[in-house]
Design a protein around this ligand. Structure first.
Ligand code: BG6
Length: 493
């Protein structure tokens, strides 16, 4: 392919030597390079706090790519080509003078110039103001803000206000990488291109919806970050609420970014507030204790590096959420996330109501209602659970899984979430990024829970590593006569 038709951009990655850059962003850029070749002049500049030689930096990136990429994605020739685009510099976030090193590197005003802020959000303003002071924010500039943006509504508003001094709203990309996952976009098609589902997608036919994001890993050396964040800020305020919005929103007029964001915002407005006693009634917070995962002993959260021995930070949250609108009135959405659970998965279960009258001898039970199981990870799949007749004499009813898994349709590797979203930023497509009002409304809903937990003297419920969370989580559903579903085979725990 001619160089002129290859992807030409500048990307400055603040936090470029940190955990997220090494685990997700640089591997995603490498994958992007392999599918969409870069122009020979494309530059990726990783910005760290301390000076390191280019050679040492490249060595470290190579190590991390080999560690985090699937084995069939790694090849030495691609790496050698890709690494020619990489550079690293040291900048002290609060010293404008130290940004001067960027000036000669960003000498082309015509190409997309992306500043990716993958640092603590308390540094966002200092970085933007130095870039602004040195005239580096041009008309082609855009900024990606990593989550969590702020610690609560107040801090998020302050950051938004300050960002708007340097960037217009159309230049700001608030990233939530869950929106970049293939199945989340497939959800839009599934819901809005299939009258079959759309006509059933309401309180008349749906009993409840469960969304689980589970991780087997603990805080993995990010103890200090987690002590300030906790699962509510890290996963619920963003990933879980965004998935809920994609499931619950009304059909947008078209798929323009703002039409989708308008509909998601309406869902956030319709969330029933959780206040006062409802917080202890409908929100469970847990913290992992020692235990065993896949036969390996694991330590408890308070033994992790950077964590206080009497920490009350939650590593698990389960909650019952109601949406007060015509479509969803009376339909509970059960959300759950935790670290050190039995496996890494992200699964949405749409549980349809039972038929009003059962005419068969086979007992029906919970599994005899239709379910749509949407799995985002570890493998992406969509399964529709129906009832059918067991082969043989008589009429014995059994469940049948209709597999809509894209892989079984012979699809190629689907792009990683960050790979897709980085390409969207370079191309200037904001569809899968949050607007300021969405971010603020999400904080507005979450804030009372955070405030209550900050005031409370009671500790979170402990759960053994390798279990599905504290007893309170099971109880939350049991009180409604329901069970959590574990795994695409829909077994309750
Ligand atoms: C990040 C959280 O946003 O998502 C991490 O900060 C979490 O704590 C990660 O581990 C999970 O992402 P994924 O795509 O691996 O499920």
């Amino acid at each position: 392919m001619k160089d002129s038709s290859n992807l030409l951009f500048d990307l400055v990655l603040f936090g470029g030597t940190g955990d997220l850059a090494m685990r997700k962003l640089l591997p995603a850029l490498y994958q992007l390079y392999r599918t969409t070749p870069f122009h020979s002049q494309t530059r990726i500049i990783a910005v760290g706090r301390t000076a390191t030689s280019k050679e040492a930096f490249l060595h470290r990136v190579q190590d991390k790519l080999e560690q985090h990429l699937p084995a069939d994605s790694w090849d030495r020739v691609s790496w050698q080509q890709f690494s020619k685009h990489l550079n690293c510099i040291a900048i002290e976030a609060d010293k404008t003078e130290s940004y001067r090193e960027l000036i000669p590197l960003l000498d082309d005003d015509d190409r997309p110039r992306t500043f990716y802020f993958s640092t603590h959000s308390s540094l966002y303003t200092a970085i933007a103001s130095s870039l602004g002071a040195l005239g580096l924010i041009n008309a082609n500039a855009r900024v990606v803000l990593e989550k969590p943006i702020g610690r609560d509504l107040g801090t998020a508003k302050t950051i938004s206000g300050q960002m708007s001094n340097y960037f217009t709203e159309s230049q700001i990309y608030r990233i939530d990488h869950y929106l970049g996952k293939e199945t989340v976009q497939n959800l839009l098609v599934l819901r809005f291109a299939n009258p079959l589902f759309e006509s059933l997608w309401n309180h008349h036919y749906i009993d409840h919806i469960q969304i689980t994001i589970s991780e087997a890993i603990g805080v993995e050396g990010r103890g200090e970050f987690y002590e300030e964040t906790g699962a509510l800020r890290d996963i619920v305020q963003n990933h879980l609420l965004q998935l809920l919005c994609m499931l619950a929103m009304e059909p947008p007029a078209n798929i323009e970014p703002d039409r989708i964001r308008d509909e998601k915002l309406k869902v956030l407005y319709a969330l029933q507030p959780l206040l006062g006693d409802d917080i202890s009634r409908y929100v469970v917070r847990g913290q992992y204790a020692p235990g065993t995962i896949a036969g390996k002993p694991c330590t408890g959260y308070t033994e992790e590096e950077g964590v206080a021995e009497n920490s009350t930070i939650e590593t698990f949250v389960a909650m019952k959420v109601m949406i007060d609108n015509m479509r969803w009135s009376g339909v509970p959405f059960y959300l759950r996330t935790g670290k050190r659970l039995p496996n890494r998965s992200c699964e949405i279960v749409v549980q349809f109501k039972e038929v009003p009258h059962w005419i068969f001898d086979t007992p029906r039970g919970q599994l005899m209602s239709n379910q749509l199981v949407i799995t985002l990870q570890p493998d992406e799949s969509i399964t529709l659970r129906l009832c059918g007749k067991r082969l043989g004499p008589g009429i014995d009813v059994r469940t049948i899984d209709l597999n809509l898994n894209p892989k079984s349709r012979g699809n190629k590797r689907s792009a990683d979430a960050y790979e897709r979203l980085l390409l969207d930023v370079i191309k200037g497509d904001q569809t899968l990024f949050l607007r300021q009002d969405e971010l603020e409304q999400a904080w507005h809903w979450v804030d009372p829970i955070l405030e209550t937990w900050e005031r409370t003297t009671s500790p979170p419920e402990h759960y053994a590593s390798g279990s599905w969370g504290p007893a309170g989580s099971t109880l939350l559903l049991a009180k409604d006569g329901r069970l959590w579903f574990e795994g695409a085979n829909g077994q309750g725990n």
